[in-house]
Structures are given as structure tokens and as C-alpha cells.
Design a protein around this ligand. Structure first.
Ligand SMILES: [Zn+2]
Ligand SMILES: [Zn+2]
Length: 256
């Protein structure tokens, strides 16, 4: 089971250029927003009316008339979901939740971290709204249905305690996995960020047990930087791939 061909858009938002992903079932218009960390109005304007600067990367139409030509339905946001609770990923959930009136899903091991969003943002000189409290708790290994979309939650602690990778399976492949700051092209998430429960050994184990078993051609959508694939990282990643050996090679990684 899976989607035919998902319509995916990426918006690099905020000062840390965090990847907010918008995933739509083109057959129904059902849509989820992954990691609504910043620039909520830009994301809303594009989803609702194809107005404004739009995404940095898309597999979908470039404007409203192109969407009409392809007979794409109007998008209906059915849920907000997060890979983890660092402020660059979750700081502007309140604005998206208010506009779309849908529930927000987060793994409960990041609930405490989420309460610190404003303080963390201040360290970067950012004024954030009162942090959102999750409406629903993600459970490890469970598959969630959001309208006609399905998302499997892989709990991958190590960058944060409640960090998750979110898998969208596609009928004729490749699948897509949204990994937040767990894995990057050629790197891994930092494990030294305050109050996050970062732990390199745990991160390496999460990646080895949850991500490496996925199909090699699975497209990896990290929270920062370029796309990659499971197979490419497995073979070449210097921290957790084959060059690092069974336990991984400790490093601070990059990105918050
Ligand atoms: Zn991040
Ligand atoms: Zn992070």
C-alpha cells in the first residue's frame, strides 16, 4: 500500500534555513505539514492560493493555473506533524494550527524540550510565540492515517529524546523519509545541544536499527541541507555509514 506519487514541497525557513516539508496526496488534496518552524504566512499563502514566494523545491505545479491544468485538487491541510521539538522546527506551529484548525503531533519525549522554545529562540535573537503543546503523542512504530495519507513513525532518539523519522511509502517507490536532524547528507545531527538529551551512541543505534533497514533508494529529506538516499548514506556517511564501522565514529555533526 502507499501513495501513487506524492506532491512534495520544501520551504527553507527562518535564520537556520530549516526544511519545512508539505506533503500532499495529489488524488485528494489531503496535506500534512512537517516541521512548521518559521515563515508560517509564506507557507499558508502558497498552500491556500499559490501566492507569494512559494517553495524552494517542489515536485508539484509552479502556480495556480499549472495546478488547474494538471487537475490537482485544492489542498486541505489535515494535520501538523513534527520530527522533533527544536525551535527552528516547531517555533511557529501556533500560527499554522490557528489557521488550519488541525491537531499537532509530536513524540512525548520532546514535550519538555518544546516548552523551552522561546528561550532557545532568544539565544538566536528571535521572538517566538508562546510554544505550542502537542495535541497528539506519536507512538514508535505506529502508522498514522491523515486523510488519505499514511505516515509511519520511526522513533530515532539521539539528536533529541523524542526525535522521530517519518516514512511515506509510495506504491512504485522510491519511498520518502523525513528525518529532521537525525541524519544529513554526509553528516548527522548534533548531540551537544542543551536540554535535548543528545547522545551519539544512541543516535548511531537509532540510525542503524531504524533507517538502514529501509529500501536503499528511499529518499532522505533532512531538516537542513541537501536531499540524499538511505543507500548513499549507508555506504558513505563518515559518522554512521560503512566508513565508521559498527558503532559509528563520534563527531559533533552539524546543524541544530
Ligand atoms: Zn534543525
Ligand atoms: Zn534539531
Amino acid at each position: 500500500m502507499g501513495l501513487r506519487e506524492p506532491w512534495i514541497e520544501h520551504f527553507f525557513v527562518g535564520p537556520l534555513q530549516m526544511r519545512c516539508s508539505v506533503v500532499t496526496d495529489p488524488a485528494t488534496g489531503d496535506t500534512i505539514i512537517i516541521d512548521g518552524g518559521d515563515e508560517p504566512q509564506r507557507i499558508i499563502d502558497w498552500i491556500d492560493a499559490f501566492e507569494g514566494p512559494g517553495p524552494n523545491w517542489t515536485t508539484g505545479p509552479e502556480n495556480a493555473s499549472a495546478a488547474q491544468e494538471r487537475a490537482l485538487p485544492r489542498r486541505r491541510v489535515v494535520a501538523l506533524v513534527n520530527t522533533h521539538a527544536h525551535f527552528d522546527h516547531s517555533g511557529f506551529i501556533p500560527a499554522l494550527r490557528e489557521h488550519y484548525d488541525v491537531e499537532w503531533y509530536l513524540h512525548p519525549d520532546d514535550d519538555f524540550l518544546q516548552t523551552l522554545a522561546q528561550a532557545s529562540g532568544r539565544r538566536y535573537g528571535l521572538a517566538l510565540p508562546e510554544p505550542a503543546v502537542a495535541d497528539q503523542a506519536f507512538e514508535a512504530g505506529k502508522t498514522y492515517r491523515f486523510g488519505t495519507l499514511e505516515l509511519r513513525v520511526l522513533h530515532t532518539p539521539g539528536h533529541t529524546l523524542g526525535g522521530c523519522c517519518l516514512l511515506v511509502q509510495v506504491e512504485n517507490g522510491p519511498d520518502h523519509v523525513f528525518v529532521g536532524d537525525t541524519l544529513f547528507a554526509g553528516s548527522v545531527g548534533r548531540t551537544d545541544i542543551a536540554n535535548s538529551g543528545g547522545d551519539f551512541d544512541l543516535l548511531a543505534r537509532s540510525i542503524h536499527t531504524q533507517l538502514w533497514p529501509l529500501d536503499e533508494d528511499t529518499i532522505v529529506h533532512p531538516g537542513h541541507g541537501p536531499l540524499t538516499t538511505v543507500g548513499h548514506e549507508k555506504r558513505t556517511n563518515p559518522f554512521v555509514g560503512e566508513p565508521a564501522g559498527a558503532g559509528g565514529t563520534y563527531g559533533f555533526g552539524k546543524y541544530a
